[in-house]
Write a protein that binds this ligand. Structure first.
Ligand SMILES: NC(=O)c1ccc[n+]([C@@H]2O[C@H](COP(=O)([O-])OP(=O)(O)OC[C@H]3O[C@@H](n4cnc5c(N)ncnc54)[C@H](OP(=O)(O)O)[C@@H]3O)[C@@H](O)[C@H]2O)c1
Length: 284
């Protein structure tokens, strides 16, 4: 028996990375899943590989008609909508220092992350309210909690996602709909290479090769000494999607190897050692 037997989910941005892995996990747990995204090739390919309980529908989350149509596919193909994973997102290509920053780029980032998730919640709520049950999961980021991990527009948008989550949770709770968010730390998906201008399919295909690099780079920040994986985030989304979390709403679940908890102890110990050495060298 799967944890999502008989449930219907829509996952935005499911053509690669965290969204694609979440789609695989949800189908394996018994759900029927509608995969969204703008790239038809990878979307159709993944849906075909997942079998008859998966469909791909092209949807740009900045376009309300696309989101409305995406949620309608869930109803038409599978008879309803129980779970929405508002996952679609993009990094920022060549971020500029503030004095040269571009308003249009800033607003586009808000449109994808905050706007797209707002639209997803709106159209999911229209279907979920009459059914009296639903779970909505919004993909935020460590960038929502800590400055310096991402571009200013991305951090601002992801912080907005946290308050969007809480606001929707208090409005939709009486209708039996829970709304939560997940905040991953750095996960080696194609998002980083895409930001650097690498072709999207190549970026997705080669992302896993970056795991050792991520593990090394994160050693000074994460107390769990390994790279995060799309699997880690999909598992958190799965828990939030099911009744295992039935009394949890309006919350954000960090999946960041301990970054938001604080510095690894070894970093502080080394800092204290250097300070002690510097004190010892001071003139008496
Ligand atoms: N990887 C990390 O370190 C990390 C950390 C924290 C949070 N996140 C968040 O996790 C989510 C998934 O990212 P990922 O790491 O899995 O990257 P990814 O592999 O690049 O996936 C991003 C997904 O979003 C879709 N997308 C982007 N813009 C879209 C738009 N305007 N409309 C519809 N779909 C759009 C992409 O599909 P198409 O290209 O087909 O449109 C793709 O499926 C994002 O919200 C990201 O901000 C990632």
């Amino acid at each position: 028996m799967g944890a999502l037997d008989g449930k219907v989910a829509v996952i935005t941005g499911a053509t690669s990375g965290i969204g694609a892995r979440t789609a695989e996990v949800f189908v394996a747990e018994g759900a029927s899943v509608v995969l969204g995204g703008r790239r038809t090739g990878p979307g159709e390919e993944l849906a075909a590989a997942l079998g008859p309980r998966a469909r791909f529908a092209r949807a740009d989350v900045r376009v309300e008609a696309d989101i409305e149509a995406l949620t309608a596919v869930a109803v038409d193909a599978f008879g309803g909508l129980d779970v929405l994973v508002n996952n679609a997102g993009q990094g920022v290509e060549a971020p500029r220092p503030l004095p040269e920053a571009d308003l249009a780029a800033f607003l586009d980032t808000l449109a994808v992350h905050a706007g797209g998730m707002f639209l997803g919640i709106k159209h999911a709520a229209r279907i979920m309210i009459p059914r009296g049950w639903g779970s909505i999961i919004n993909m935020s980021s460590i960038g929502a909690h800590r400055a310096g991990w991402s571009d200013i527009s991305y951090s601002t948008a992801k912080a907005g996602v946290l308050q969007l989550t809480r606001s929707a949770a208090v409005e939709l709770g009486p209708h039996g709909i829970r709304v939560n968010s997940v905040s991953p730390g750095p996960i080696p998906t194609g998002i980083f290479a895409k930001n650097a201008g690498v072709d999207a399919e190549r970026a997705d295909r080669t992302a896993g090769l970056l795991e050792p690099l991520f593990a090394e780079a994160m050693a000074a920040h994460q107390s769990i000494p390994r790279a995060g994986r799309a699997d880690d985030v999909a598992a958190a989304a799965l828990w939030l999607a099911t009744d295992a979390s039935s009394f949890v709403t309006g919350q954000d679940l960090g999946v960041d190897g301990g970054i938001s908890a604080g510095r690894p102890v070894a970093v502080a110990v080394e800092e204290r050692r250097l300070l002690a050495k510097a004190f010892a060298a001071l003139p008496s």
